[in-house]
Ligand binder design. Structure first.
Ligand SMILES: O=C(O)CCC(=O)C(=O)O
Ligand SMILES: [Fe+2]
Length: 338
């Protein structure tokens, strides 16, 4: 089977901010049904991106983002530069493998005296301003399908993927230690966290993870491709989906491929209370993850949407038998992957 593509008829047209508000229920339904939606906005302005995001959640800042939380995604890294490793592959023309945005985030920040857990964004928006002339296609992998398939087809890999403490992510000073590939959330749903170029695992677990990656992630098996056009915005459930981008092979005449990216804060990452001290203001002890704090809108929207995010493995939604944390084997068979 060759690569699969998003059906062009699935792109949701919004010709004005009012049109977007009218189509919002359809957009949310699409996100809940298959993990992402593609909307075609009236133009490719920053305002169109902010209008799309405003009804969906609270922005989450990023070290490379501006005051609105918007980051430019464009190949600006000099290919001849001797970069041994750069976490910001999104700013190169190289292929960007399947990943969760902010996979390396699991920390704390303080905002006005409150300590908040910093996690990967719940959703991200990617807005196309200028596509590449050749290459640079986006792809999406449904983590729910991966979860259900592993449970059914490869119980050993499923055990491995849900095993607490499995993987450490390192993105420089930003780390997320001891994360399973699939973790249960308070809501009862699951989240996926993956980005192979930042992942480290103990030696016994590596062969199994490599098998999983080869069979299910670094292949077209579960990938749905889409060639983003100007004005289009992908709105994606980052708790459920993996996404990535093919290598950019040729720029358009007008200039290099250019997108804008905006993250939306995970509301389940709530306030944490100190046990032995008083937190005052924006305490500098939390500076490591400070760039990834939520950025409330100056005038929040009254009609903020409620969207069910993450991987729903409950019986009503899954054809295969329901998966619950109890059905996970507590012991992983190390020998099997040796
Ligand atoms: O360049 C793209 O289309 C994807 C970029 C991306 O996934 C990211 O910046 O996290
Ligand atoms: Fe990404």
């Amino acid at each position: 089977m060759g690569p699969q593509y998003v059906d062009p008829a699935a792109v949701i047209d919004c010709d004005s901010p009012e049109g977007y508000a009218v189509r919002l229920p359809d957009i949310i339904e699409e996100i809940e049904r298959r993990g992402f939606a593609i909307v075609r906005m009236w133009d490719a302005s920053e305002d169109a991106l902010l209008a799309a995001a405003r009804l969906l959640g609270t922005p989450q800042h990023h070290a490379k983002a501006d005051a609105n939380g918007i980051a430019r995604v464009t190949p600006e890294r000099d290919a001849t530069q001797d970069v041994t490793f750069d976490r910001n592959v999104s700013r190169s023309a190289e292929a960007f493998g399947a990943h969760t945005d902010g996979s390396y985030l699991d920390g704390l920040c303080s905002i006005d005296g409150k300590v908040r857990r910093v996690m990967p964004p719940a959703m991200f928006l990617l807005q196309c301003i200028r596509p590449a002339a050749r290459g640079g296609l986006n792809f999406f992998i449904d983590g729910r399908e991966l979860f259900l398939r592993l449970a059914q087809e490869a119980p050993d890999l499923f055990d491995l993927a849900t095993r607490p403490g499995l993987i450490d992510f390192c993105g420089g000073a930003l780390v997320a230690m001891s994360c399973p590939l699939f973790a249960p959330r308070r809501s009862g749903r699951w989240r996926i966290r993956f980005r192979s170029d930042l992942m480290y695992a103990q030696a016994w677990a590596r062969p199994g993870l490599q098998t999983l990656i080869e069979r299910y992630i670094d292949t077209d098996l579960l990938r749905l491709h889409h060639s983003l056009e100007p004005r289009e915005i992908v709105i994606c459930d980052n708790l459920r989906m993996l996404h990535g981008r093919d290598a950019i092979q040729a720029d358009a005449g007008e200039g290099p491929r250019l997108l804008r990216r905006l993250w939306l804060w995970d509301e389940e990452a709530d306030e944490h209370l100190p046990l032995g001290r008083t937190i005052v203001g924006n305490d500098s002890i939390f500076d490591a993850f400070r760039d990834y704090a939520p950025l409330p809108w100056s005038s929040p929207s009254d009609d903020r949407a409620r969207i069910s995010l993450g991987i729903d493995a409950s019986p009503s939604h899954s054809t295969p038998p329901a998966i619950s944390p109890r059905s996970m084997s507590p012991v992983c068979t190390r020998q099997k992957f040796a």
